[in-house]
Design a protein around this ligand. Sequence first.
Ligand code: MN
Ligand code: MN
Length: 472
Amino acid sequence: MTENSNFNDLFYQKKNAWESVDETESNDINLYCSSYAEFLDNSKTEREFTANAIAYLEENGFISLGNAFEAGQKLHQGDKVYYNAGNKALAAAVIGKAEMRKGMNMVGSHIDSPRLDLKPLPLYEDNELAFLKTHYYGGIRKYQWPSIPLALHGVIIRADGVKINVNIGEDADDPVFVITDLLPHLAQKQNDKKLGEAFEGEDMNVLIGSVPMENDDIKQKVKLRVLNLLNNKYKVTEKDLINAELEIVPALKARDVGLDRGLLGAYGHDDRVCSYAALKAMVESGITEKTTLCFLSDKEEIGSVGKTGAQSDLLEFVVSILMNLTNEKSSDLNVKECLFNSVMLSGDVNAAFDPAFKNVYDKSNSVFLGKGVGIAKYTGSRGKSGANDASAELLSSITSMLDEKEITWQIGELGKVDAGGGGTIAKFASMIGIDVIDIGVPLLGMHSPYEIASKIDIYMCYKAFKAFYQTV
Ligand code: MN
Ligand code: MN
């Protein structure tokens, strides 16, 4: 230290990002967040996100990698492609100037969110009311789901093979559905139960009908009317509901939260807030030195399992095709060389410090709403178990890039060491040799039907991904 240096420089302090925002940037933040909110309202399932992402990519000149591979079409610098994995996961890439074996700049995130899936045989009648049985998907707190408007989304493959897209509860004049809760007057016993035990999986039944249909032969007249309405609308029968993936999600729109409109409340920020940023930042980055890749995975909320999850070979398969079509040798060794030289930002949300629940956080190692995009060096639980733990070297390259581009960032842990834990797709990317670090948008009420994010953090996340894609 020289005599003139400011002793304050010795300290590190997180800053509120709003304090350094001018009017132009404030407009950019609002524009970005309103286009994100609109995309989110139309993308409440992984399938809807995939379909809307593909439409957006195609509008911007991206072509199907699967078709290119089938046709043996060679790819060159600047070519833009996407790979649709079963309509539920997606990878998109822009071929860069450098050889792929020297590594790619990737952003990976997930497009599934916690929700209530319908059981294979969901529909039943009880005391002249019709209900849908559900099996929850991912980590939900069950008590949060009764007494809110719910929508039904998904697909049914009809007996004639036609795939029906179902979406009921989103339009203003659509009906919605609801899980009923007990009135306080009769809840004395339930109130004595532990929060985690007061609502059971088998009780998460969604009210879908109440008006009996006139018919002398059939006893379940309310169920009959529901089936008849579904048949009128979609030409489906009860049996067709077996060949389906139907999801119950909150029938809530993304809305500004707070008088100052600094926050955005929505269902499914986790992890579409990072997925949308990953996609848009790639599309806007154009031709870069390194090939860029945006990996939007499915099934993260249940452990990144299955063919569309990040534990699958999907990413390696896509990289193999890319190398094959760019005339690089796509041998095992070359693909591995590419992966080992690649860097990924694992874009996923993290838990913002909540003043209402201070005791689960280590305040000095938390991320906060409004203090920028949040980095997590490691995840895991009970002593970093199951973590990806990014290296100091990678942290240094990412934080210096963010500083250089004046992108507000912060770093923190999920919560107190022994309070619990969690993971992302980062560890699966790291297992195939990619240098990966978690970075994303801090949330309040993660996994609830209405998650809260700060608009400035949402915007900083997008700026961070864009700067990263363009990194040489
Ligand atoms: Mn997530
Ligand atoms: Mn999650």
